[in-house]
Design a protein around this ligand. Structure first.
Ligand code: SF4
Length: 415
């Protein structure tokens, strides 16, 4: 089917998203200034439902890290963290965020006219994604002299057994007790169920957004999804996220009805494995569009789909949702997830981002790309780079590699 390029335009809901994020950060800033609410800092795949149910406003340092990357402030700030002992080889969200704290610089001022991140009353992490989040929060616990609470999740999990779920759920219940004196109230289980209900709705809608890319042409790209993901990370468990995704879905459906693709001409469909390169989103979006290659799906986008959430089993379902994630799993589970994704989205090629400071999440170093390619016949390209540290990324080299890869896809099609 021919793509209707005359209807190509940016999504209207992008503007709505900016307002939504602005309101979210200003609310945190106000609460931080006048102490009108308790503030918890939380990891992006942490137990946010529990925190909201207990009345906390929730701030996510990883989003601040992504903003530092997207605004390209990160590369300049990382050396300040290195100077106080944090290796440049560890998570560049962590090092750029600590660099921002040490220098008092933040993209929040330019974007939302606020002085910086809100002051925390408590720091809450789940080490399901990596060790770095814990070390990152320990830094702030020392700086602000506030308590730090953590969920310890086993990693490299194959089958997510009932034993693992019980162990994680027990920690979450204990966390609710530890949070009570900090927020001055005990957990009301009905509040938790209501928040999980909202989170579940958010997750279902976010999944619907991502799955719109199954259509040909796809109405969105991975690079769009990196922006639209904001509410699924930061506002899950609130009505605001649901309202936003309903509007976004409406707009995507409109594109699907009119066969309007996210790029002017979709000739190839690609998959992106792992982290974005935040400071180069535009470069990739424009380069891929010029090559008529649409990156239709990613592991990153689906990492905020928490299907197991169930308000009727609050602790057990939160434990399952935050443990059965891709990042937490073993190689076989990851391979099986990727194979399903390649098939569902009908991809012609796979790009693996070998993100240097997030080795936990990179899946290109132990032969997986070659194994999956042999099994499916789908070619792949490994790009060396990093989520935030642009010193680890060569645009020139990447462009050469991308051009050769897409040319090869074209030749394969002719054969
Ligand atoms: S998962 Fe990777 S990017 Fe995210 S906090 Fe951990 S090391 Fe950093």
């Amino acid at each position: 089917m021919q793509n209707n390029t005359s209807n190509f335009r940016p999504l209207e809901t992008s503007r709505r998203l900016k307002d939504l994020m602005c309101a979210y950060y200003r609310e945190l800033d106000e609460a931080s200034s006048n102490r009108s609410a308790r503030i918890a800092w939380c990891t992006s795949q942490g137990p946010v439902e529990l925190l909201r149910a207990m009345g906390f406003l929730v701030y996510f340092p990883e989003n601040h890290g992504a903003l530092l990357g997207a605004t390209r402030m990160a590369t300049e700030l990382i050396p300040y963290a290195t100077a106080v002992g944090y290796s440049p080889d560890i998570c560049s969200y962590l090092t750029s965020d600590i660099g921002a704290f040490l220098t008092g610089r933040t993209p929040l001022t330019g974007a939302y006219n606020i002085p910086g991140p809100p002051r925390p009353d408590v720091l809450v992490y789940n080490n399901n994604q990596c060790r770095d989040v814990q070390e990152w929060f320990e830094f702030y616990s020392r700086q602000y002299e506030v308590p730090i609470l953590g969920i310890r999740t086993p990693r490299g999990v194959g089958e997510v057994s009932s034993g693992i779920i019980e162990a994680v759920a027990d920690q979450m219940e204990k966390m609710a007790e530890d949070l009570a004196p900090i927020c001055g109230q005990h957990l009301e289980i009905e509040n938790l169920k209501d928040t999980i209900r909202l989170s579940k709705q958010c997750t279902e809608l976010w999944k619907q957004v991502l799955e719109a890319a199954v259509n040909r042409p796809s109405p969105l790209t991975f690079f769009d999804a990196c922006i639209y993901i904001g509410p699924a990370v930061m506002l899950r468990g609130t009505e605001r996220a649901i309202t936003y995704y309903l509007e976004l879905i409406d707009e995507l459906q409109d594109r699907m009805r009119t066969k309007t693709g996210a790029i002017p001409e979709e000739r190839y469909r690609l998959y992106w494995e792992r982290m974005p390169i935040w400071g180069k989103l535009r470069f990739f979006a424009e380069t891929m569009a010029r090559m008529k290659a649409c990156v239709v799906a990613s592991t990153y986008g689906h990492s905020w789909v928490f299907e197991a959430l169930d308000p009727e089993q609050p602790f057990g379902s939160m434990a399952r949702a935050y443990t059965e994630l891709f990042t937490v799993r073993d190689e076989r589970s990851k391979a099986s997830f990727l194979l399903k994704m390649f098939e569902a989205f009908g991809v012609d090629g796979v790009i693996y981002h070998n993100s240097k400071t997030c080795p936990n999440c990179a899946n290109s170093q132990y032969g997986m790309p070659e194994r999956l390619s042999k099994k499916t016949g789908i070619p792949y390209l490994i790009i060396d780079g990093d989520l935030n540290d642009l010193r680890l990324f060569s645009q020139e080299q990447t462009l050469t590699n991308l051009e050769a890869f897409v040319e090869m896809l074209g030749q394969e099609r002719l054969e």
